[in-house]
Design a protein around this ligand. Structure first.
Ligand code: NOJ
Length: 582
């Protein structure tokens, strides 16, 4: 093995992992209340293992008032009764281990619920010993201390009548931000992490981790001449990726890994660019082991109407922009850091509805997109249901959705003259609720998810799209995912090989070459509804064999490939095919 790549395939378990994201509320309900639960996850461990995942990331399961589906934690050391008991959680950890699956919990470090005992104590008086667990400021000129906008709309400041001060919240006003400058906060968070590691979990997704440090000068973003005084503006430069956040993460990492060196820390690093991502995830810096970026998922909205926020307006996917950013991530992090490969999560629409074709080419486009993404360099994270080609949850009425940002959108859209039907369409395409529909296990009522109506809803295609049918069909999306993940895990070239983009300027093809020592693999994807041809010098110079194809083709590969709509090939350079396997 040459020196350059030696550390890529090292002993750390996450370098060869495939993570399956379970959104527990919507995964499997065993007690018939319409809400998924931990015993439901235990019931499906065989399924997850058989898919080829090696770890589960569970969205928050801690006790919570559920203002933000568990990201508002009331007690980090208790299980939310809706999900089960502590005994259930312990069972899950034990059973997962038996199945060879690691458990990664979602740890919310940046904020708590306003119902958390720390905040309840903090807001009682300015002298509370917990006051400094949060960020408080006096009003400025009788109003909010800064003009910063929160991610959930409105100001980052909420006024507390009792003590006459504002507290800081980056998300909902029911989710006050913790004050990480306070060493006691940092200690408490380490204690919580240790509590769970002692129970046997294998790591944490660190929610909103880049936001833990704030610029404590609390300066305004806009100058004084700004026109609309009531408007708040996003002020990432004051609350995202500040130098201080690296100190906090490093300290947390050291404290956690002292006794648990194999604990995996993956940071949600939303807006961080590749330079920052390297800082967050370079092994030498001891911060995160990997990062989840938002940088390459986008380029599919269009500000057709300026009065409506762009993120609600679905546009055509700009493949060229995606290629450019993805290439940058592949190159800049290779050998330096580590990043997730994913198409969707619980905060965004599903991949098939967004980048694929829900109708005629549902299966083919789902298989192609998975191939495109997961054979690149990095850590695959799949969202429950994508492996069977689930699409966006389409509910019949606006009121059926829970996403709290919908009323704001609806108001802006109505003002712009949109009808309710048009607004509903926007929601069905862009709301984060679209990925939170109940998992489609069978063709039974409620898709085998529950015996009771699922809390948010379930798509009405569950008769045709479900895991049970796909289990029996050798050509299903599910079976394809199994093969794909096996290839990803078993071949060094896909685990550790270098990555080089081919057909860079082709508007319809996404292709790349991976090389590891003498092993070479070529992935060619037609991202369009039309037939495309692909060739490159590598293809004509050497012989290739077909390892995987999503259209039933496996014959000899000519120097020029014709790809049907959404077709993809995974090719291995001949003679190396046998040696290349682990
Ligand atoms: C990121 C989570 O993925 C999202 O669902 C949540 O609302 C915010 N962080 C706040 O915790």
């Amino acid at each position: 093995m040459n020196m350059e790549v030696s550390f890529l395939a090292d002993h750390q378990w996450w370098k060869n992992a495939v993570i399956y994201q379970v959104y527990p509320r919507s995964f499997k309900d065993t007690n018939g209340d319409g809400i998924g639960d931990i015993p439901g996850v235990i019931e499906k461990l065989d399924y997850i293992r058989k898919l080829g995942a090696t770890a589960i990331w569970l969205n928050p399961i801690f006790e919570s008032p559920h203002v933000d589906n568990g990201y508002d934690v009331r007690n980090y050391e208790k299980i939310d009764p809706g999900f089960g008991t502590m005994e259930d959680a312990e069972n899950l950890i034990k059973e997962a281990k038996k199945h060879g699956l690691k458990i990664i919990l979602d740890l919310v470090l940046n904020h708590t619920s306003d119902q958390h005992p720390w905040f309840r104590a903090a807001r009682k008086s300015k002298d509370s010993p917990y006051r400094d667990f949060y960020i408080w400021r006096d009003p400025k000129d009788g109003r909010e201390p800064t003009d910063w906008a929160s991610f959930f709309g409105g100001s980052t400041w909420a006024f507390d009548e009792q003590t006459g001060q504002y507290y800081f919240h980056l998300f909902s006003d029911k989710m006050p931000d913790l004050n990480w400058e306070n060493p006691k906060v940092r200690e408490e968070m380490v204690k919580i992490a240790r509590f769970w590691l002692e129970k046997g979990v294998d790591g944490f997704r660190l929610d909103a981790v880049i936001h833990m440090a704030k610029d404590s000068r609390f300066l305004p973003v806009r100058n004084e001449d700004a026109e609309d005084e009531t408007d708040f503006v996003l002020a990432e430069k004051y609350y995202a990726n500040l130098p201080r956040v690296h100190d906090f993460i490093h300290e947390f990492n050291r404290a956690v890994k002292k006794d648990f060196p194999d604990a995996f820390l993956i940071g949600e690093t939303a807006s961080a660019d590749t330079n920052l991502a390297v800082l967050y995830s370079s092994p030498a810096r001891e911060e995160c082991d990997a990062v989840i970026t938002f940088n390459y998922l986008g380029f599919d909205t269009e500000a057709k109407d300026k009065r409506i926020p762009e993120n609600w307006q679905q546009g055509k996917w700009n493949l060229a922009a995606f290629k450019k950013v993805m290439a940058k991530w592949q190159k800049d992090l290779y050998g330096k850091g580590y990043s997730a490969l994913y198409w969707n999560n619980h905060d965004m629409p599903r991949l098939l509805s967004r980048f694929g074709d829900e109708q005629m080419y549902r299966e083919k486009s789902a298989k192609m997109l998975a191939t495109l993404m997961y054979l690149q360099w990095g850590l695959p994270i799949l969202l429950q249901g994508e492996e069977i080609g689930m699409t966006n949850l389409k509910l019949p009425h606006l009121e059926d959705y829970e996403d709290p940002s919908i009323p704001g959108l609806a108001a802006a859209a109505r003002k712009a003259g949109c009808t309710d039907a048009e607004i509903l369409q926007m929601v069905q395409k862009r709301s984060k609720d679209t990925s939170r529909g109940a998992m489609q296990w069978t063709d039974e009522k409620y898709g085998g998810f529950s015996t009771y109506a699922p809390w948010l809803g379930i798509n009405d295609d569950t008769r045709e799209v479900n895991a049970a049918i796909q289990e029996k069909d050798p050509d299903s999306i599910l079976q394809y995912y199994r093969k794909l993940l096996e290839i990803k895990k078993s071949m060094d070239v896909f685990k550790s090989g270098t990555w080089e983009m081919l057909a860079e300027h082709d508007p319809n093809i996404y292709a790349y070459l991976r090389t590891y020592n003498r092993q070479r693999a070529l992935v060619v994807c037609n991202v369009s509804k039309e037939r495309q041809t692909f060739t490159c010098p590598e293809l004509t110079r050497t012989k290739w064999s077909c390892l995987l194809n999503n259209a039933g083709n496996s014959k000899e590969i000519p120097g020029r490939i014709v790809l049907s709509p959404y077709e993809c090939y995974v090719l291995l350079q001949k003679n190396e095919a046998i040696n290349g396997r682990n």
